[in-house]
Design a protein around this ligand. Structure first.
Ligand code: GLC
Length: 654
């Protein structure tokens, strides 16, 4: 059962699409205080697990820490961080009873989940203007499915987007892109997508391409398509301020940019230098910005990634002026206090993504000025919605690949997400695994991390182990930062190992796609924590390094260096399957309990649940080359599997 409560004058985020009556009074569970902003308190039982929070730090069970929903451009995802790029305000408290809460509030929201006091959950925000949804159910899984049924269907990408994609910040010239494709194809490393980071643009201007490098861009797109490669360009939030640049001129003329209180366009520096932010919370501006994707769609592009849409700010005109004054004072010896030199360093570090800047600009929503910080978490959502709504107008017969960095619940209807700037750290491989089911609970099904790690230099073994997890994530992309070690899979020793792992992905696509579509069409999860399926099994409830994928398999990747295998917990008898480097598949029935399983760097393990089977095809080098006539069933004898399939292009009926 779902009940909706209203406090104050909430902003309509459109996260929930089912209309519901507002209940009288306060929820029967927990307590509400409106004395200082809004605070919800709830006493947790010792055995309660707290699930949810989508893209957030730490474990699947969120207990014992605090989290702040504030879409943040922070590339250092260390254990102490309380905010990442998404704001997904749905949690479930699951023990003897099962209750979910969705706090539909677009500003900063703090979750203290047994951090201050171990049994106390508090959720608080500065303004008591929000909708609170309370969902009671028979299990955490049941609560999740009820929540998913009111937020609308998850985004469905084209089938090619289940292939592998290569990316690197730094590919600039047509030759750079050609080289990558040639190496992948010559080495028979399967691939379907090549991502274009900011350097494809003309001076980092959205919806432009560098005219010197790509004098005939549609021809370049076609050249790639002839090699079964989809180019996927990045689009950033900030529109460069440059006289004569059509997008800038149109935005200025139409009043489509976010404004300061005095009505002038707010200016902030991002990659292109000074930019304006399109006011994607304003329906007219959203329609205008969305229509610009046509510049690339009409060149043959069928996929995009939206970035820097928290929105990220390197500095603003105001903050740089303030810094300038401070520097003058510092040089003149006028800075008060005992630590002027330290203060100088802090001032410099605080320039980017400064909360003061988020209070300096406004959205124009139905004629009302809304200060950005009060709706901060809706920016990435609405930038991606701009694109999604435009695709439905511009390419109604086609699915377009779309994923975003920043998000709020509601955006899951328009695109997927990638989890931003991780690092080539083993701990981030594990974080990637743990984020997956939480993201699914919040509706984000098309998800994945930068495989191999974005920041820092990767190692061959980390690249392989991370790829063995990426084999299962709907979005499967190797991406890395400029200046890091080259990370395309042909850069490493013994390329055959990478070829094999990529090949396993393509062998599994008939199953992975089928399970994705079943999850999307049925408001279900693609990745589930073990506790969702084995709620009475205390060990399963605590297991955070294994996941169920779809209804048939469990995955248990290796995430430590120099390990030749790992311990795995089987809540029931399962078939342990390994895809071996010679193309064969080993199977072994293992009884319920704890096992140490050997898994070499060039093997992909999975576990088939008792009595089930999955379809497996022969390896292919691109999604259209997967030959469904080669599909065989792998798993328990006499088991049956109903495979979902479609053309992978036509958008399914709503
Ligand atoms: C941001 C993105 C990253 C991209 C870089 C350059 O850091 O998160 O993926 O490579 O910007 O565009």
């Amino acid at each position: 059962m779902i009940q909706k409560y209203r406090y104050g004058n909430p902003f309509d985020t459109e996260a929930i699409i089912t209309s519901m009556e507002t209940a009288e009074g306060d929820p029967a569970v927990g307590s509400i205080s409106l004395s200082e902003g809004f605070t919800f308190s709830y006493t947790m039982a010792d055995a309660d697990i707290v699930y949810g929070l989508g893209e957030s730090n730490r474990g699947i069970n969120k207990r014992g820490y605090r989290y702040v929903s504030h879409c943040a451009d922070d590339p250092n995802h260390t254990e102490d961080k309380v905010s990442l790029y998404g704001a997904h305000n749905f949690i479930i408290i699951s023990g003897k009873t099962h209750v979910g809460f969705f706090f539909d509030y677009p500003g900063d929201l703090c979750f203290d989940i047994g951090y201050t006091r171990q049994s106390l959950l508090t959720v608080s925000c500065a303004d008591a203007d929000l909708f609170l949804y309370v969902i009671t159910g028979t299990s955490a899984y049941d609560v999740t499915k009820q929540f998913r049924s009111v937020i609308g269907r998850s985004y469905i990408p084209p089938k090619f987007a289940f292939g592998f994609g290569q990316s690197r910040w730094g590919y600039r010239t047509a030759e750079d892109f050609r080289t990558v494709v040639t190496k992948y194809r010559n080495e028979h490393l399967p691939i379907d997508m090549l991502y274009m980071d900011i350097d494809y643009m003309d001076a980092y201007k959205d919806f432009t391409v560098n005219p010197e490098e790509f004098p005939d861009f549609p021809a370049f797109v076609a050249e790639m398509q002839a090699q079964k490669i989809h180019l996927v360009p990045i689009i950033d939030a900030g529109v460069k301020i440059e006289d004569g640049y059509d997008i800038y001129e149109e935005g200025k003329k139409g009043g489509y940019f976010c404004k300061r209180e005095d009505g002038t366009d707010f200016a902030a520096a991002v990659w292109p230098g000074m930019t304006h932010f399109p006011d994607v919370l304003n329906p007219d501006a959203r329609e205008w910005f969305g229509s610009k994707y046509d510049v690339l769609l009409s060149a043959g592009i069928d996929g995009f990634w939206n970035d820097m849409n928290e929105p990220a700010i390197f500095y603003s005109e105001e903050s740089i002026a303030e810094l300038d004054t401070f520097l003058q004072d510092y040089l003149d010896g006028k800075v008060e206090g005992t630590q002027p030199h330290w203060i100088l360093g802090t001032q410099l570090g605080a320039l980017a993504n400064n909360p003061a800047d988020y209070r300096r600009f406004y959205h124009n929503i139905n004629g009302q000025q809304v200060r950005h910080d009060t709706v901060h978490n809706l920016f990435g959502y609405n930038m991606t919605r701009a694109a999604g709504e435009a695709f439905a107008r511009l390419a109604p017969d086609k699915r377009i690949l779309m994923f975003s960095r920043s998000s709020y619940i509601g955006m899951h209807r328009y695109g997927g997400i990638w989890t931003g700037d991780n690092k080539s750290w083993w701990s981030h491989l594990l974080l990637n695994l743990k984020q997956l089911p939480s993201l699914n609970m919040c509706g984000f099904l098309y998800v994945g991390a930068d495989l191999g790690g974005f920041g820092c230099d990767t190692t061959r073994d980390l690249a392989l182990r991370w790829l063995a997890l990426g084999v299962f994530t709907p979005l499967m992309r190797n991406h890395t930062a400029i200046g890091t070690r080259e990370q395309e899979y042909y850069q490493f020793e013994d390329i055959a190992d990478f070829r094999h792992l990529l090949g396993v992905r393509y062998r599994l696509i008939p199953y992975l796609y089928s399970e994705y579509m079943k999850a999307a069409l049925g408001n279900d999860l693609y990745f589930k924590p073990l506790g969702f399926v084995y709620p009475d099994d205390a060990i399963a409830r605590e297991t955070e390094d294994q996941l169920l994928l779809g209804n048939e398999i469990m995955i248990a990747p290796v995430y430590t260096q120099n390990a030749s295998g790992r311990y795995v917990y089987l809540p029931e008898e399962m078939m342990f399957v390994k895809f071996l480097p010679d193309g064969s598949i080993s199977t072994e029935i293992l009884p319920q309990g704890v096992h140490y399983v050997k898994i070499a760097l060039n093997e992909v393990p999975l576990f088939i649940r008792k009595g089930r089977c999955i379809p497996v095809a022969d390896a292919a080098e691109s999604v259209p080359e997967i030959d469904s006539s080669t599909i065989q069933m792998l798993g328990y004898e006499d088991a049956a599997y109903e495979r979902y399939d479609d053309d992978g292009v036509t958008p399914p009926e709503i």
